[in-house]
Design a protein around this ligand. Structure first.
Ligand code: AMP
Length: 472
């Protein structure tokens, strides 16, 4: 019923800016890497909510005319990507409804792992769903709540959810931002001081959105916290006790932009440290370090610096092509690597190359890139990966294929080395990854894609016979 765990998203929220849609648009523009399939913005002027969403890229959807039609001093925005089969406009967000709590719009990042059960119960009671997105259950649960106060109704809804959610909810006269008690997905909070001492509060999946609009990053919405912003200002409250923290480590490995601060730590610093530790754990006798752009760039810089080997841009990326990984069919994906990357022969010819990338998922892209580097004249290709083997799918909002397609789940490192046709292959260890994200003292991240140990109970999800408890 739900395909939501194969979905990646970025969200923004703006409260207290005269033309909030402009800032939401810019924020989404900065978060475009988090989803390129659809985008939407909902605004409120205190009386009514306006919403516009469409399939496509933020800059194509939100022409000045469209942004100009979205009135109000509050705005929420969403950008989304999901794999084939679930690409309909009905699933684009924000979801906007009229219900017994008034007009409501919601934008959500993450995956609610018990959404199917909740939906089944709601449908048994007569609820009618419009789409297959798990986000819809939040609005239904709120509508069913007997609480008259909006925050209390949202709290009642959130307490029934399992899994990952960082969400922004827009009502006529207020905005509520909430994060699940594990804090799987990020949600940063920022501030803009306006003339006359007025304050504009900003929320975003990543702080790079604040940099663009000129907001200052304050801190994160805490796991289990709800932030209410209305005419009286800001109220922060715990709607539940936080659980074992489980921030998604893949945000630092791959997903977030390196210029963002995520979970309070610079992504660029994490990635450079991953590269440094990778060079110490898996040194290579080589002439050049070459990143797979863009995902391998920061780690390659760290690797080259630590190893004392020159860093060279031996592969050039065409920036006008979407992520090859996200193409729905294998045929397009195969062609996509060439569309996206081209080797610089004079830098590679006759060289022993360390090729650095952030991860191997299916292995098919990596093999093509290794072949590409070799066909450009490289004498040796030593592949280095800045995280451990990906052995388990993510059910919390990162698009990973099923276990049977994950090469790391089914083959040894030696077998993967042969498959990708590298001369050597080295993955970053778990302990080094934890060190790189400053997590070596206490565990505050989710490493389920590398361990198979899921921090929250998973219900009725393919490939899992029973919920597992995280162990270290
Ligand atoms: P492959 O060799 O086919 O497993 O593809 C590996 C490439 O996919 C690496 O360059 C990664 O940066 C990239 N990648 C890993 N995870 C994701 C993801 N969730 N979305 C898009 N690209 C990804």
């Amino acid at each position: 019923m739900f395909d939501k765990f194969r979905e990646e998203c970025g969200v923004v929220g703006i409260h207290g800016y005269p033309e909030a849609s402009n800032l939401a648009y810019l924020g989404l523009h900065a978060l475009q890497h988090r989803g390129q399939e659809s985008a939407g913005i909902a605004t409120s002027d205190g009386r009514s909510i306006s919403c516009h969403k469409s399939m496509g890229l933020v800059a194509d959807i939100f022409t000045p005319e469209v942004v100009g039609r979205l009135n109000g001093y509050m705005a929420i925005g969403h950008t989304r990507y999901s794999t084939a089969g679930d690409t309909v406009l009905e699933n684009a967000q924000p979801l906007y409804v009229m219900c017994n709590k008034g007009p409501l719009a919601v934008a959500h990042n993450g995956n609610i792992t018990n959404a199917a059960e909740i939906r089944r119960d709601l449908e048994r009671d007569g609820s009618i769903f419009q789409a297959t997105s798990d986000t819809e259950v939040i609005l239904h649960l709120m509508a069913h709540s007997r609480e008259r106060n909006l925050a209390a109704a949202l709290r009642e809804a959130l307490l029934q959810l399992e899994g990952a959610f960082s969400l922004v909810l827009l009502a006529r006269d207020r905005m509520i931002v909430a994060r699940d008690p594990h804090g799987f997905r990020p949600m940063a909070m920022g501030l803009m001081e306006l003339s006359g001492g007025r304050k504009c509060y900003c929320f975003a999946s990543e702080t790079c959105a604040f940099d663009l609009i000129g907001a200052v990053y304050m801190n994160d919405v805490e796991p289990g916290e709800m932030v209410i912003v209305d005419a009286d200002g800001i109220t922060r409250q715990r709607y539940t006790v936080p659980r074992e923290p489980a921030h998604c480590v893949f945000e630092h490995v791959y997903f977030s932009r390196p210029d963002s601060t995520v979970f309070g730590r610079s992504v660029q610093l994490s990635r450079e440290m991953m590269g440094r530790l990778l060079a110490l754990e898996h040194p290579a006798d080589a002439d050049v370090v070459v990143p797979v752009p863009d995902s391998g760039v920061s780690a390659a810089i760290g690797f080259a610096d630590e190893a004392g080997i020159p860093y060279r841009m031996g592969l050039i990326r065409n920036h006008y092509v979407g992520r090859t990984f996200i193409e729905p069919s294998q045929a397009i994906r195969d062609f996509g690597v060439k569309l996206k990357l081209n080797p610089v022969r004079p830098l590679l010819e006759g060289k022993r190359v360390v090729l650095v990338d952030d991860s191997i998922v299916r292995g098919t892209t990596s093999r093509k890139i290794v072949r590409m580097v070799r066909s450009a004249g490289a004498r040796e290709v030593h592949l280095r990966i800045s995280c451990p083997p990906t052995v388990s799918p993510c059910y919390y909002g990162v698009d990973t294929p099923r276990k049977r397609e994950l090469i790391g789940a089914n083959y040894s490192v030696e077998e993967i080395k042969k498959f990708v046709e590298a001369d050597s292959l080295g993955y970053l260890s778990m302990s080094a990854l934890r060190k790189a994200v400053d997590d070596d003292d206490q565990v505050s991240h989710c490493y389920a894609c590398y361990t198979g140990d899921y921090p929250s109970g998973l219900v009725n999800i393919e490939e899992l016979s029973a919920p597992k408890v995280r162990r270290y």
